[in-house]
Ligand binder design. Structure first.
Ligand SMILES: [Zn+2]
Length: 251
C-alpha cells in the first residue's frame, strides 16, 4: 500500500523535504532525492552519477565545489566537514558552512539532524547494520557532547527507506536492531507475519534510539522505497540506482 508522504516536486527528479526543516530554508539546504536520476551506486555508471549530482546541486542550490559523498561501509563511523569524496564513513557531521554533504541509500534509512541554535547538523546512512550499531544515536550524542547541541532543539528527519510494511528480515537481524532499544515494546517497530518471519521498521527503530536521548522533534517521511518504487530506488527490487539525503549549512 503506498505511503502518504508526498514529494515536493517530481521533475527533473523526485524531491522530498521536511516540513519542520523547510522553516529554516534561510539557514540550511536539505532534502531527499528520488527517481529518475541516480546519484551513485557501485553498479551505476559513475559518469552519469556525477552528472546527476551536478544537476541536483544546481537545482537545489548546493555548493558543488565542496560536495562530500563518502564511501559507505555500514559502520557507526562519522567524519567532520569532510569535503573530499570517497572517504569511508557512514555519517557526516557539519559544523562549517558551504559543504554539501550527501549519503546514498536505496532501502537503508537516511537521516538528517539539525540544531538551529548551534547551527550544526549531520547526514546519516543507517541500514540494519548501522542501526544495530546505533549510528544515528551516536552521531546525535557527538553533536550534543562535542558541539553543544541541545537534545530538545535538535530536529531529526527520518527519510524515505524501505518500510516496516516490506522489510522482512531474519530473527537475527530483528534481534540485533531490537537490542538497541531495550525499553521499547516490540509492537512499536516489529510485526511477525504468518510465515513466522519478522518485519522490522528501521525508521521506527532509529526514531526510538533518538527519542531515548531526549530528542522530541522527530519527523518521519513515510514513503517506502519498495511500495513507492515508481518514485524511489530500491535495492530489494534489484535496482542499481541510489538516491541521496543532502544537507548544507548556509552562512
Ligand atoms: Zn512498503
Amino acid at each position: 500500500m503506498p505511503k502518504t508522504a508526498s514529494p515536493v516536486f517530481t521533475e527533473p527528479f523526485v524531491l522530498y523535504q521536511s516540513t519542520q526543516l523547510s522553516a529554516y530554508a534561510e539557514r540550511v539546504i536539505h532534502g531527499f532525492t528520488g527517481k529518475p536520476i541516480s546519484l551513485g551506486g557501485a553498479a551505476y555508471p559513475a559518469e552519469a552519477a556525477k552528472t546527476n549530482r551536478a544537476e541536483v546541486c544546481q537545482t537545489v542550490g548546493l555548493s558543488p565545489s565542496r560536495l562530500t559523498l563518502p564511501r559507505q561501509t555500514h559502520t557507526d563511523q562519522h567524519r567532520l566537514n569532510d569535503a573530499p569524496c570517497e572517504r569511508e564513513t557512514d555519517a557526516i557531521i557539519l559544523t562549517e558552512t558551504g559543504v554539501a554533504a550527501m549519503v546514498q541509500v536505496a532501502d537503508c534509512v537516511p537521516i538528517i539532524l539539525y540544531e538551529p541554535q548551534r547551527h550544526v547538523g549531520a547526514v546519516i546512512h543507517a541500514g540494519w547494520r548501522g542501526t544495530a550499531q546505533s549510528i544515528s544515536a551516536k552521531v546525535a550524542q557527538t553533536l550534543i557532547q562535542q558541539h553543544q547541541a541541545r537534545p530538545d532543539r535538535i530536529i531529526a528527519i527520518i527519510g524515505p527507506s524501505i518500510g516496516g510494511c516490506c522489510y522482512e528480515v531474519s530473527t537475527e537481524v530483528a534481534d540485533a536492531v531490537g537490542e538497541t532499544i531495550p525499553h521499547a515494546s516490540l509492537a512499536e517497530y516489529q510485526e511477525t507475519q504468518s510465515s513466522g518471519k519478522p518485519r522490522v521498521d528501521l525508521k521506527q527503530v532509529n526514531r526510538l534510539q533518538l527519542a531515548a536521548l531526549g530528542i522530541t522533534q522527530i519527523e518521519l517521511l513515510a514513503a517506502c522505497t519498495f511500495c513507492d518504487n515508481h518514485l524511489l530506488w530500491s535495492h530489494r527490487k534489484g535496482e542499481a540506482g541510489r538516491q541521496v539525503a543532502f544537507l548544507e549549512l548556509k552562512p
